[in-house]
Design a protein around this ligand. Structure first.
Ligand code: NDP
Length: 424
């Protein structure tokens, strides 16, 4: 019996909220809050007749910690589930600290305005020291470790699929399948087709920023020292035949969980992340980038200030509306190379999710489903005390077993392959 404040009511949050309502024994009360309360209320009205979970709604602009603190003080939750955008991570963490509440999210912090000189100073230093230039990284949230520890509060970062389940798979492989893991390839394949020439499967701004950035991976030099290798965006391409999906082109991207896995998987030498893209998506993205439509820098247009990428977002299909049109499957998982009992071993752990099955069950496409279910399961781990560890932690730092059991129960069972085709 617990009370969760859920900030965000978009594509991912909607799935998480619907799943919370099927687990009223844990989520006995939830409050759904975002800037547009009417969206939260609409969802609440749809759910109330069929759940024992008591649902309330609120309006909050989570860009400011004081707004979130005010709501937390009124609602008194046991956990704040941040399923808004990465821009709000720090403000919500500040509010949780002020009010003494546990925190979780699905994506690590990045600023909305990457031209902010204060942020830029820290960013430029990190690019030089670390060797990767993505706008997002864990340093901002890891800086809260001591504060959360001292307050006796748990902050669970990145409890979506990737990040999230991908790290639970790593923890599971290490616990049950390997003595040491040397190489990890995270493969994210969306074999779904929504019929549009161009649309993003989750928030377009976050999605396009991520995939238009330079790629990078973790590697180890001859002296055993781990380091980042950065490459131009989309410059490493591989072909892979995915179970239940078929052959797809995939590209090496920078991804946030590489950063924490490099620290938390002892002895790991190489970690890469690949995502599949169709040619049409890449052509559109390149063109939009070339004409400046992916810029976050405000411009004046007919006397009004507009941010190009936000304008683009208004033109693109709402990711939440892709559900009825999307057919096909996702296949997301990790291929491991390492040793067990002194012998070399390879192992592939993955989930296959069908877009239309997700739509039938919850009215959402599989990308929102595969993120929203782990968000709810991660919250459940914290609320039931299975993942209570004061500090700021990523998923691989916790026992994967109860989480993976919950994933199976709530719709994301895993599959194994003990002789996978490796990525060269
Ligand atoms: P959407 O754009 O669909 O939804 C975002 C929600 O956040 C909206 O309900 C919006 O409501 C709310 N919101 C935005 N700004 C604020 C604010 N200032 N204060 C309060 N609420 C706000 O995004 P998605 O559902 O697609 O994505 C949600 C999160 O999931 C993102 O952080 C994304 O990066 C992450 N994600 C993680 C994945 C993973 O595997 N780990 C995969 C996919 C996504 P309103 O406008 O009313 O405020």
């Amino acid at each position: 019996m617990a009370r969760a404040l859920i900030i965000g009511c978009g594509a991912v949050a909607t799935v998480a909220i619907k799943k919370c309502c099927t687990a009223s024994e844990v989520f006995s009360e939830i409050c759904i809050a975002s800037r547009h309360r009417e969206n939260c209320e609409k969802l609440a009205q749809e759910l109330r007749p069929n759940t024992k979970t008591v649902i309330t709604t609120a309006a909050v602009d989570a860009d400011k910690a004081e707004n979130v603190s005010k709501l937390i003080k009124e609602y008194k939750p046991d956990l704040v589930m941040n399923i808004a955008l990465p821009y709000q991570d720090l403000a919500i963490m500040d509010a949780c600290l002020e009010c003494g509440v546990n925190y979780m999210d699905t994506a690590n912090y990045e600023p909305e305005n990457v031209d902010d000189p204060e942020w830029r100073k820290v960013y430029d230093k990190r690019c030089k020291e670390q060797g990767f230039s993505a706008y997002f990284d864990y340093s901002w949230q890891w800086a809260y470790k001591e504060k959360f520890e001292k307050a006796g509060l748990t902050a669970l970062l990145g409890s979506g699929f990737d990040p999230g389940v991908s790290q639970a798979y790593c923890a599971y492989a290490l616990k049950h399948q390997f003595d040491t893991i040397e190489e990890i390839d995270i493969l994210d394949c969306n074999g779904g087709d929504h019929g549009y020439k161009f649309a993003t499967n989750f928030n377009p701004e976050i999605n396009l920023r991520e995939v238009s950035a330079p790629g990078s991976y973790w590697d180890t030099d001859a002296n055993g020292k781990g380091h980042w290798v950065e490459i131009p965006a989309m410059s490493i391409k591989r072909e892979y035949v995915f179970d239940e999906v078929g052959k797809k082109d995939m590209y090496l991207l920078h991804h946030e969980e590489i950063e924490s896995l490099a620290q938390n998987i002892p002895g790991v030498k190489r970690i890469r992340f690949f995502m599949t893209f169709g040619q049409s998506y890449l052509d559109h993205m390149r063109c939009l980038e070339d004409v400046g439509m992916l810029s976050t820098q405000p411009i004046k247009f007919q006397g009004q200030e507009i941010v190009p990428i936000q304008f683009l977002k208004a033109l693109l299909p709402d990711p939440a509306s892709l559900g009825p049109r999307t057919v096909g499957k996702t296949n997301i998982g990790c291929i491991f190379k390492g040793t067990k009992d002194g012998k070399p071993k390879t192992y592939y752990l993955y989930n296959v999710c069908d877009h239309q099955e997700c739509y039938k069950e919850l009215g959402s496409q599989a990308i929102a489903y595969t993120t929203g279910v782990p968000a709810m399961c991660g919250a459940m781990m914290v609320l039931t005390g299975k993942w209570n560890k004061p500090g700021v932690h990523t998923v691989e730092e916790f026992d994967p077993d109860p989480f993976m059991e919950a994933l199976t129960k709530y719709g994301l069972p895993w599959k194994e392959n003990f002789n996978p085709v490796l990525v060269d």
